[in-house]
Design a protein around this ligand. Structure first.
Ligand code: NDP
Length: 333
């Protein structure tokens, strides 16, 4: 029974030494519990927040504790009615090879309905984040321009594709020409811009001739600087993530730009609203129904980046924060 635990808290970019491999005996399920063998582990940007002691919307992982994370697992042994050995379930078992769970912490998956890895991506938390944040806060209308960065990832790719289903134009931002090609050709965005290009802001402006009506904020940093002057009156900005600054330590450098931001919020009647996907949990059944139908019809495509071996989770996760992944990052155990 292998586990990856948090060995120390990173200062800035996480390093492999912040993680440690631990071994423990395979646990025995008690009454009402099942024993799980983890098949797939989801790696997500929020895990950087759990590594830090800074106050956030969720408690930090304790030093020495198993890193948390969403997982797809097989039931090895069940002492919980409704589950039998061989069932495939969605659980939140973290970075380890085996785990115990209670029945109410599990959702059964039907491997015949969809590849089980999609429960960690397009049909799971990231897909739901895109759906709920875009439709509830962003509210794209036909003909409007929707911009999203990290556009080849699970959240961004779903945002652009749902925007197009709603009749809006989708402009994606991604790191490098290969990712941009997938954003355009596989995910069907109207345009894709490389945020590493020296003339990124000019290219973004050219791709948004009518300005930006919805900016789905995934990254912050330079991308925000390019987007900000293009925002239209009544633009909506769901603030979903700020991955460009998750590794930042201490105070941010530079002049205080808050007065400029607030002036535009007022004069352009901007709506800027942060959210954590769980707030919208009541929409989950609608999401599951609609997203499954969009995948079946081909209106939504997805891309997964599968890394083999739990021992590779730390390096894969470190890369995720810098664009090393190409699609939904999943570890196959
Ligand atoms: P991704 O798989 O898209 O991975 C993150 C991507 O961010 C990288 O691949 C990289 O793509 C991009 N990135 C990293 N640094 C920068 C930078 N400096 N400038 C521009 N882009 C950068 O992640 P997810 O789709 O899982 O998540 C996307 C965002 O959504 C994250 O911010 C995450 O924290 C947030 N999120 C929020 C939730 C909520 O409830 N609020 C729930 C789930 C996710 P590239 O190479 O293209 O630059």
């Amino acid at each position: 029974h292998l586990q990856i635990v948090l060995a120390s808290r990173p200062d800035g970019r996480p390093a492999p030494a912040n993680f440690r491999v631990a071994r423990a005996p395979i646990p025995t399920p008690g009454e009402g519990e099942v024993l799980l063998k983890i098949l797939y582990l989801s790696l997500d940007p929020y895990m950087r927040g759990r590594m830090s002691a800074a106050k956030s919307y969720a408690a930090p992982t304790q030093i020495g504790a198993v890193m948390e994370g969403g997982t797809v697992a097989e039931v090895l042994e069940s002492r919980q009615p409704g589950f039998v050995a061989g069932d495939i379930v969605l659980s939140h078992s973290g970075w380890q090879s085996h785990a115990l769970a209670k029945g109410d912490q599990l959702r059964k998956l039907d491997p015949a309905a969809a590849p089980v890895t999609t429960a960690l991506g397009v049909l799971g938390m990231p897909g739901f984040t895109a759906y709920a944040g875009l439709l509830t806060i962003g509210q794209p209308k036909p003909g409007e321009t929707v911009v999203v960065a990290a556009a080849s990832g699970p959240v961004g790719s779903a945002v652009g594709q749902i925007a197009r289903i709603k009749g809006a134009r989708a402009v994606g931002i991604a790191g490098g020409p290969e990712k941009c090609a997938v954003v355009r050709d596989t995910f069907g965005f109207d345009a894709a811009i490389d945020h590493r290009a020296p003339d990124f802001a000019a290219q973004l402006a050219a791709a948004c001739p009518d300005g930006i009506d919805v900016y789905f904020e995934n990254v912050g940093g330079k991308v925000w600087d390019g987007v900000f002057p293009l925002l239209n009156t009544f633009a909506r900005i769901p603030v979903c993530g700020l991955v460009a600054q998750y590794n930042a330590s201490g105070d941010f450098e530079g002049p205080d730009r808050l007065p400029v931001l607030m002036r535009q919020v007022l004069s352009k009647s901007l709506l800027i609203r942060g959210f954590i996907q769980r707030e919208f949990i009541a929409q989950r059944p609608d999401f599951e129904r609609e997203m499954a139908a969009w995948i079946a019809s081909g209106a939504v495509k997805y891309k997964e980046d599968i890394v083999e071996g739990l021992d590779r989770a730390p390096e894969a996760f470190i890369g995720l924060l810098e664009g090393g992944n190409f699609g939904k990052l999943i570890v196959k155990l």
